[in-house]
Every structure is written in structure tokens, then in C-alpha cells.
Design a protein around this ligand. Structure first.
Ligand code: ATR
Length: 275
């Protein structure tokens, strides 16, 4: 039986077992997907001996994505660009890895906001953590030529933007309002709006009417930002789809079948989130 799991520290909150378990069951595959709490100091050793632990592969979540990348024998182009891996598999005795966060981000928009990337117009991304890094890389790879990266701590935005030259322009949060009239896509990659955090305080009035607003936060599903965007008549895409889609390439690697992100799967996760 092929076994995979999600690894991280902590990992008890992860919804990946629900996601992959649904696919295993509905596709009628023999296999399992569990969770392993792997503290950072044990992470390298764990990933180097993934097969010995009985796994054909795993997902990697906070705080182990950089350690997992460093443990790889072979990293794909995306993982190399980000210096972080979230999906590992063993092939011919070698530990291989990718980063599918950016894929999940793009696939979610492709599925939920058809035509969102037609104009390859200006984008405003808020936040400069790991998720932002993956999303910036995905947007540039998709052909977006002007991405504004706003963050509370300017130096972090500068560090994320640095590899992209003029294409990704770092700025502070106070500059965002002035950028909105030209933005076709607004992405929240900060933790603001998450259950228990402050909401993101931003007036969306200056955004063009055709702009799309998306949030990587998915608890709650409709963040105050998305609610404000919807009230403003804009197209909104919640963050749950990114989680669902980022799991697709890993599942295919481990279990040999490309799974689908269906409404039924989404409903299952929504039920779990809303308790
Ligand atoms: P991840 O790796 O999951 O993307 P992270 O590295 O913790 O998460 O990044 C969280 C993001 O939310 C950062 O951009 C952070 O801004 P700083 O780099 O200045 O810390 C942003 N963030 C968190 N709390 C915030 C707040 N109260 N106001 C503005 N930005 C905030």
C-alpha cells in the first residue's frame, strides 16, 4: 500500500488528510495519507529517510519547507526558484521535490475567475511571507509584467522582489491606495483577516470595476476583505481553492492518478471549516 502524509510542526490543524483521504476514497485507490509531526530539528533526517519511514512521499508545511528543500537530491525549477519545497516524492531512490503553492494559486483563479489573467495587467500583492513568495513567482511565470509587492516591513518586500528586477516593485502598505486604480488583481497574502486577527483595513473604492480580489486566508472563508470586495461588486475568489489545487500534483505523483477538485470536495472542506 502506498503511504503519504503531511509533515510540519504543528501539523494537527492540517486539512490535507481530509483532502487526500477524499480523493483516495472516491477514486477507489488503495493507499493512505496521514500526518506526522516533525519538529524542525528532526526535519532533515526525517525527509532523507522518507522511504524508511514507510512513505512514497509527503507534503511539507510550516516551518519545514526550507529544510525540506535543502534535503532534496533533485528539486524542480519552482522549488529551486523559491528555495522551499512543499511536495516530496522518492523516485529511483532519490528524494525529489517541488513547490505547488503557486500552481494552486493559479489553478484556483483559473477555475473560479475565468479570464482573470487576460490583460496581464497590474497586480497588487499584500504581504511578503512564504506564500507571497510562491504567488509572486507564479504571477511572473504566468507573464504578468508589473507586480506591486506591499508589506508592513519594507525590507522583506525588497528581499522577495529582488530577483525579479523591475517586474516586481516593493513598497509600503501606505502606498497601496494610490496603486489600486491600475490594479486588475489584488491578492492578500498577509495574515490579516484570519480568524482571531485584525481585519485588513483598506478602502477598495479605487479599484477598477473589472478587478478580481483574492485572499489566501480561508478561515473564515469570506474574509472581511472579500466581503468588502463583493459589496463593491467585484469578482472575489476565496483561499480554499488554493489549498485544494496545490494538493493535485502531489497526489498524482504518489498514487498515479490525477485527482479533480470538485464541488463535493469543496463542500466537504467548507463543512470542516465552518464546523
Ligand atoms: P506565510 O509564510 O504563511 O506567508 P508569514 O511569513 O508569517 O506567513 O507572513 C505574514 C505576512 O503578514 C507578512 O507579510 C506580515 O508582515 P511583516 O513582514 O511586516 O511581518 C504580514 N502581517 C502580519 N500581521 C500584520 C499586521 N498586523 N499588519 C500588517 N501586516 C501584517
Amino acid at each position: 500500500m502506498r503511504r503519504a502524509c503531511v509533515t510540519g510542526h504543528p501539523v494537527a490543524h492540517s486539512r490535507s488528510p481530509l483532502l487526500h483521504g477524499y480523493w483516495l476514497k472516491t477514486l477507489g485507490l488503495e493507499g493512505s495519507y496521514g500526518r506526522e509531526d516533525v519538529p524542525p530539528e528532526e526535519a532533515r533526517d526525517f525527509y532523507r529517510h522518507l522511504s524508511a519511514h514507510g512513505y512514497v512521499g509527503c507534503n511539507v508545511t510550516i516551518p519545514n519547507k526550507e529544510t525540506a528543500f535543502a534535503a532534496l537530491d533533485e528539486a524542480d525549477e519552482t522549488a529551486r526558484a523559491l528555495g522551499a519545497a512543499n511536495t516530496l516524492w522518492v523516485e529511483g531512490g532519490k528524494l525529489c521535490g517541488s513547490n505547488t503553492d503557486g500552481y494552486g494559486f493559479l489553478a484556483n483563479l483559473d477555475a473560479c475567475a475565468q479570464g482573470w489573467d487576460k490583460g496581464r495587467g497590474e497586480v497588487v500583492v499584500l504581504g511578503a511571507g512564504g506564500a507571497s513568495r510562491a504567488i509572486i513567482h507564479a504571477l511572473v511565470t504566468r507573464g504578468f509584467g508589473r507586480v506591486h509587492l506591499a508589506n508592513r516591513t519594507l525590507s522583506r518586500a525588497e528581499a522577495v522582489a529582488a530577483p525579479y528586477g523591475d517586474t516586481v516593485r516593493p513598497c509600503g502598505l501606505a502606498d497601496v491606495s494610490a496603486l489600486l486604480p491600475q490594479a486588475e488583481l489584488l491578492v492578500n497574502c498577509t495574515s490579516l483577516g484570519m480568524k482571531g486577527s485584525d481585519p485588513l483595513d483598506l478602502d477598495l473604492a479605487p479599484l477598477p470595476d473589472h478587478a478580481v480580489v483574492t485572499d489566501i486566508v480561508y478561515v473564515p472563508l469570506m474574509t472581511p476583505l472579500l466581503e468588502a470586495a463583493q459589496a463593491r461588486g467585484l469578482r472575489v475568489v476565496d483561499g480554499l481553492g488554493m489549498l485544494l489545487h496545490q494538493g493535485v500534483p502531489g497526489f498524482e505523483r504518489w498514487f498515479g492518478v490525477r485527482p479533480e477538485v470538485t464541488q463535493e470536495l469543496r463542500d466537504l472542506l467548507v463543512k470542516d471549516i465552518t464546523g
